[in-house]
Structures are given as structure tokens and as C-alpha cells.
Design a protein around this ligand. Structure first.
Ligand code: MG
Length: 173
């Protein structure tokens, strides 16, 4: 069984709580890569990795800096787990023509990140959906209806909690 963790960064690994802590402690809030991650959120990600053996796929917009840069971040910040890559960039196709523009949530129907996850899976996961399992950790529910059972909405104030980690382990295992 292949296992994947699709992970966002802002509001998931870097948190409002940790940012406030760093500011009040007079410490740097960023390094060469960007805002520093919250050690508690990282520890909870590590718990998911340790108990599932899942590999990591970045779906954060940080991926726009390139996969090599993300690999360097993973190594430099001593992040847990194996980084398998980044989701591709979603370019709206014909679906944009089908948008109901009278609906105030119309653009959410595009589910940009959901389509990116779908595309990554179609290019990298086994063809048989019974041969893999995944979880998505993001603070914004920009995903497709069929992905919602595998989605955990993270509270951007505190990032990945112990409770989130336990739910993620249950989904992936
Ligand atoms: Mg985010």
C-alpha cells in the first residue's frame, strides 16, 4: 500500500501562535526559506510519518520556488519523512466555462488545489485506487468533493495538532 501526505505550509506548519511567540521572544520569524515552522506542528507531522510510513507531497504555494528548493528546505530544517515532490500547478481548463457566476462561491468550485492533488495522484500513484491511501492537511478546504473524506482542515492559529495527527493516521492506515 502506497501512502501519501499532501501538506500545505502556511497555517499548517507555520502558525500564528509560533509567529507571535518568536516576535515576543525577539527572535527571527523567518530563515532563508521563509517563515519558520512551528516545532509542535512539525512534531505532530513526524508522528504521522512514523506511524504510517507515508511520503510527503507539498501542495503549498511555496512549491512555486521549485522542487529543488523544497528538497533543500526539507534537509536544512531537518523535516521528518521523505519528500516525494510537489503537486503540479493547476491551470483552469474548460471547467471555468461551466462556473455559475451568480453563485458567490463560484471560484471555490474550481478547487484549484483539489485538481492539483488529483493530477499528482494520476501521474504518480498506482492506477488501482485500492493500492494507495492519502491524507490532505490544509487550513483551506480548496479540494474536490471526492477528496473530502481524506481532508483534515487545520486551524491556522495552532497548525497540526495531536488530534489532527491521530485522525490522519486513522485515514492513511
Ligand atoms: Mg494555508
Amino acid at each position: 500500500m502506497k501512502k501519501y501526505i499532501f501538506i500545505d505550509f502556511d497555517g499548517v506548519l507555520n502558525t500564528e501562535r509560533h509567529h507571535r511567540f518568536l516576535v515576543s521572544a525577539g527572535k527571527k520569524t523567518s530563515d532563508e526559506f521563509g517563515p519558520c515552522f512551528d516545532p509542535e506542528a512539525v512534531a505532530n507531522l513526524e508522528k504521522i510519518v512514523d506511524e504510517t510510513g507515508a511520503v510527503i507531497v507539498i501542495c503549498s504555494s511555496w512549491k512555486l520556488e521549485g522542487v529543488d528548493r523544497m528538497m533543500a528546505l526539507w534537509k536544512t530544517r531537518k523535516m521528518p519523512g521523505i519528500l516525494a515532490g510537489c503537486t503540479p500547478d493547476y491551470i483552469p481548463g474548460m471547467d471555468i466555462l461551466n462556473l455559475d457566476l451568480d453563485n458567490p462561491d463560484a471560484f471555490e468550485q474550481l478547487a484549484g488545489k483539489g485538481n492539483e492533488v488529483k493530477q499528482w495522484l494520476s501521474e504518480n500513484a498506482p492506477k488501482n485506487p485500492e493500492q494507495y491511501q492519502y491524507v490532505i492537511l490544509d487550513d483551506v478546504p480548496d479540494f474536490l468533493p471526492e477528496q473530502m473524506d481524506c481532508f483534515i482542515q487545520i486551524d491556522p492559529r495552532v497548525g497540526i495538532t495531536m488530534e489532527n495527527a491521530e485522525k490522519a493516521i486513522e485515514i492513511v492506515n
